[in-house]
Ligand binder design. Sequence first.
Ligand code: GLN
Length: 196
Amino acid sequence: MEIGVLALQGAFIEHEMMLEKLGVSVREIRQKKDLDSQLDGLIIPGGESTVMGKLLVDLDLVDSLNEKIGKGLPAFGTCAGLILLAKEVDGKPGLLGTMNISAKRNAYGRQSGSFVATEVFAYKRSVLMTFIRAPYIESVDHSVEILARVDGNIVAARENNILVTAFHPELDGDTFVHEYFLDIVKKYIESQKNEA
Ligand code: GLN
């Protein structure tokens, strides 16, 4: 199994450390040719979605990523990654737009927007959730499964092989959410084998 981590800007090293802790090979995605060989999943980290989005456009990565995610490549977006994957952001089209959710950027206010909460993730167990100038999900299509809420707002969701969290599970040393993503990846690898 090899997971690509978009390494243009933001908290990508923390995701790499999580994956390494779980014994998974990591490939940093910095340019188009990094997508040439087979990948089993992709993480889009937190950071600043406008900056990361501009780099994705400048490096001509948008179409290649959309094609792969559209064909079922598992993708996990945290915070800015959620914003980039959302079909709609603050009423406008999102950049990658591969997931049928509407996101609200800086939903908790710009300055006072950093906090932690503990809530149940995916009906399984409680997880510490760190929010940093985070978005939340305002609405989802029927195809989207809601995985966590904080104060009634949706902060984690899944649609087929796409997982998003408004919080930063890579910062808290708990590998639970990454393991959840790797389960999606394992099922994807199995389904690829069955197709072959
Ligand atoms: N506020 C940032 C944005 O809009 C996201 C913050 C984060 O990723 N921690 O892109």
